[in-house]
Design a protein around this ligand. Structure first.
Ligand SMILES: Nc1ncnc2c1ncn2[C@@H]1O[C@H](COP(=O)(O)OP(=O)(O)OP(=O)(O)O)[C@@H](O)[C@H]1O
Ligand SMILES: [Mg+2]
Length: 231
């Protein structure tokens, strides 16, 4: 289980997170909903170690993550699919996937077959440059690359952003498969309410750097969620 306990995060004098606490249990999909600029990516950057917190604690399966570099957190099993995908445009699809080898031991440095079962398009484009893929294909590549690291928790930042419905469906199917087949934890940040409700087990709503609402996905107050999602 990932535990985020009462964290603050600052950019200079500006505070982006205020006393944020969430948990993401193993075998569950946890979703954080919120509109632009409320601090969703900041929360994920705090978890993955891209940005230091100014207060509070972050732990995964009992190990404290505070102060660890992103690389060390990957070794603890934190897989990250950043907003905007951040694939390497000049590397091939295969080379992009292989960048996920970094935290792995020698015997684990191979690309698991289930990545190609979930995203067949990657298999058919292995030698194509990442930058030549469509946005939807790049998103699949970014998820595949995170899967290569054999994460115990997969953290995804708005995977549906700018993606067409058929590929959103594929991504939803992949996320469900990962939860059910491996029992990993999934932490998903979204603005797309329906995607989140269909997929998530538990939902948090963020507004202006704070968690303002939480509950089981089935009982989510959608009116309340919509209120926080519209500007
Ligand atoms: N590197 C940075 N330096 C200064 N301020 C930042 C930085 N990154 C984010 N911020 C500010 O922190 C706040 C939260 O930003 P964040 O990117 O976490 O929001 P978000 O919920 O992910 O938004 P979006 O849905 O648009 O991706 C915003 O006010 C943003 O302008
Ligand atoms: Mg963001």
């Amino acid at each position: 289980m990932l535990t985020v306990d009462n964290i603050n995060l600052h950019y200079g004098a500006a505070q982006a997170l205020r006393g944020v606490s969430i948990t993401a249990p193993m075998g569950r999909i946890t979703c954080v909903l919120g509109r632009n600029g409320v601090g969703k990516s900041s929360l994920l950057r705090a978890i993955t170690g891209q940005q230091a917190v100014s207060a509070g604690a972050i732990a995964f399966n009992g190990a404290t993550l505070n102060g660890l570099a992103p690389y060390a957190r990957a070794k603890h099993g934190i897989g990250y699919v950043p907003q905007g995908r951040e694939i390497f445009p000049l590397l091939t699809v295969k080379e992009n996937l292989e960048t996920g080898f970094a935290p792995l031991g020698r015997k684990e440095k191979f690309i698991p077959d289930d990545i190609f079962a979930l995203f067949p398009v990657l298999n058919s484009m292995l030698s194509r440059r990442g930058g030549d893929l469509s946005g939807g294909q790049q998103q699949q590549l970014a998820i595949g690359r995170a899967m290569v690291t054999r994460p115990k928790i997969l953290v995804l930042d708005e995977p549906t952003e700018g993606i067409q419905p058929s590929i959103i469906k594929d991504i939803g199917r992949a996320i469900r498969y990962l939860r059910d087949s491996t029992g990993m934890a999934i932490l998903l940040v979204e603005q797309y309410l329906d995607f989140c409700r269909e997929l998530a087990d538990h939902v948090y709503i963020m507004d202006r750097g704070e968690i303002v609402h939480e509950g089981a996905a089935e009982t989510l107050d959608t009116a309340e969620a919509r209120r926080h999602l519209t500007v």
